[in-house]
Design a protein around this ligand. Structure first.
Ligand code: SAH
Ligand code: SF4
Length: 467
């Protein structure tokens, strides 16, 4: 769970556990309420674009072009060890790397399955927060699923991440570094061979070989990417910028998944970034979606779908509609037909995810015959539909299973309160569901005024949705 702390970390108050650091949080409100915010990490070169890095190094008394050199090591060669940066004078290397490449992620556990082709990493951040990423090798691609927040404040009751509340937003570099570290692992050949650097990759006939270059990134790990908007968009820019500015990935190989924060979807459409948008719909009707995706209380099905179609029109990218099939909850034939009617003729594709049961949940995946019938009805309506593979499930690395737990550690209680800056769209505020709900009830949203509705906590991990 995200609410589980490593032994070395300081105890954290419940209010801190949901007060997002940095973006969009009212420090005034936090001070007034006597709360400390979880600390953001030290600045890292991936937080800045190349021009910003040059200016930063000049301020530190280095030659500006060192920014290009060290960026090439980090993004191009995937090298962080100053000893390997031989084009930088020996006297400068250590100091330079210490200044602009502070260690952000400490890997404290790696779990593998699929013969080593799927690898889940548990990372400890500088403040003791825990996040996970999952690296998946396929014959034609290497994909990493990254976290954008430590925890999540959106409270979807079927999702393990949502059960622990939000601890804080990740910085841009903390997001980018998950990708860079994963690219390093992919380059080692371990996804094919099962052991780092093993000669020749997979034994012929034993396992298909996997490319050694990481190519795809999905923002489907812990957190709601669009609730950490500015940092996530900056991370996307770093990932697609060519070396030395960034990692040089194709924007078309990036997918940002959202629970449906409408103003943020609209803002993303204007960024001129042709990334794929995945919309976690999970129900075609407001009655059920209100229960499964609490933010639906704020932005209803019709509104979020309209934002998705506008995104598709603006970017030319087909939207992926995510739908976790939950037995006897959202898998009825009539819901398949209703979904089909909503999506027919749209630039959309449905990605059905067999529910990954989370600890303590009474919900389960739909049966295979029911799943097949759901697919059949969608396709009959003319909607492209696939069923997602369950990669990583046995190591709790599949969708909705990421909870960043350290089994031996005491847990921190979850909470649903915290100050929230400003009015209106939940962009970059990291607002929790309770906060969003309060915003609905109290559209003024005065910092420090929001009170916990108790609503986000009223449903436990086993909470059953009304139908
Ligand atoms: N917060 C974002 C991205 C992270 S969740 C979002 O909600 O879209 C990534 C995907 O996993 C989402 O589609 C989410 O609905 C889905 N998911 C969450 N819990 C799940 C579970 N237990 N089983 C299957 N999919 C789940
Ligand atoms: Fe957050 Fe996404 Fe999980 Fe909902 S499904 S709680 S938005 S991570």
């Amino acid at each position: 769970m995200v609410g589980v702390m490593p032994a070395t970390a300081l105890p954290v108050l419940p209010s801190e556990a949901v007060t997002p650091a940095g973006a969009g949080t009212s420090s005034e409100g936090a001070v007034r309420a006597g709360r400390r915010r979880p600390a953001m990490p030290p600045r890292h070169l991936a937080d800045l674009d190349l021009a910003g890095r040059r200016a930063w190094l000049a301020e530190l008394g280095h030659k500006a072009f060192r920014a290009d050199q060290i960026s090439r090591h980090y993004f191009g060669r995937l090298v962080r060890d100053p000893a390997a940066m031989t084009d930088i004078p020996g006297a400068d290397r250590e100091g330079l790397a210490a200044a602009v490449l502070p260690p952000l992620l400490t890997q404290i556990r790696e779990q593998t399955c699929d013969g080593g082709a799927t690898r889940k990493s548990l990372w400890r951040l500088h403040d003791g927060s825990l996040v996970e990423s999952v690296l998946m090798g396929y014959p034609d691609r290497v994909t990493v699923c990254v976290s954008s927040q430590a925890g999540c404040g959106m409270g979807c009751p079927f999702c393990a991440t949502g059960q622990g509340g939000l601890r804080r937003n990740l910085s841009t570099a903390e997001i980018v570094d998950q990708v860079v570290r994963s690219a390093e692992v992919a380059a080692s050949g371990v996804l094919s061979s099962g052991s780092p650097g093993a000669e020749g990759g997979a034994k012929r006939g034993a396992r298909p070989s996997v490319p050694s270059r990481l190519s795809h990134v999905v923002f489907m790990g812990m957190g709601e990417p669009l609730a950490n908007y500015d940092r996530v968009v900056a991370a996307v820019r770093r990932l697609i910028a060519p070396v030395p500015e960034g990692l040089g990935l194709s924007a078309r190989h990036l997918t940002v998944s959202t629970v449906g924060l409408v103003p943020a979807i609209r803002r993303l459409a204007e960024e001129n970034l042709p990334v794929t948008l995945a919309l976690s719909l999970h129900a075609p009707d407001d009655d059920l979606r209100d229960e499964l995706v609490p933010v639906n209380e704020r932005w209803k099905v019709a509104e979020v779908l309209q934002a998705a179609w506008d995104y598709a029109a603006r970017t030319g990218r087909r939207v992926s509609i995510e739908y976790a099939l939950i037995r006897d909850v959202n898998d009825q034939p009539w819901r398949a037909d209703l979904l089909g009617r909503l999506l027919a003729g749209k630039l959309a594709h449905v990605n059905l995810i067999p529910l990954n049961p989370t600890p303590g949940s009474r919900w389960d995946a739909s049966t295979k015959p029911v799943e097949r019938e759901f697919v059949r009805r969608l396709r009959a309506a003319g909607v492209a539909t696939t069923v997602r593979d369950t990669r990583g499930r046995e190591i709790d690395g599949a969708c909705g299973q990421l909870a960043a737990s350290e089994p031996s550690q005491p847990s921190v209680p979850s909470a649903g309160e915290g100050p929230l800056r400003g009015v209106g769209p939940v962009i970059d505020t990291g607002a929790s569901v309770a906060q969003t709900r309060s915003l609905v009830q109290d559209p003024v949203g005065i910092p420090g005024k929001l009170v916990q509705s108790g609503w986000a906590d009223s449903r436990g991990p086993g909470g059953k949705a009304k139908r």
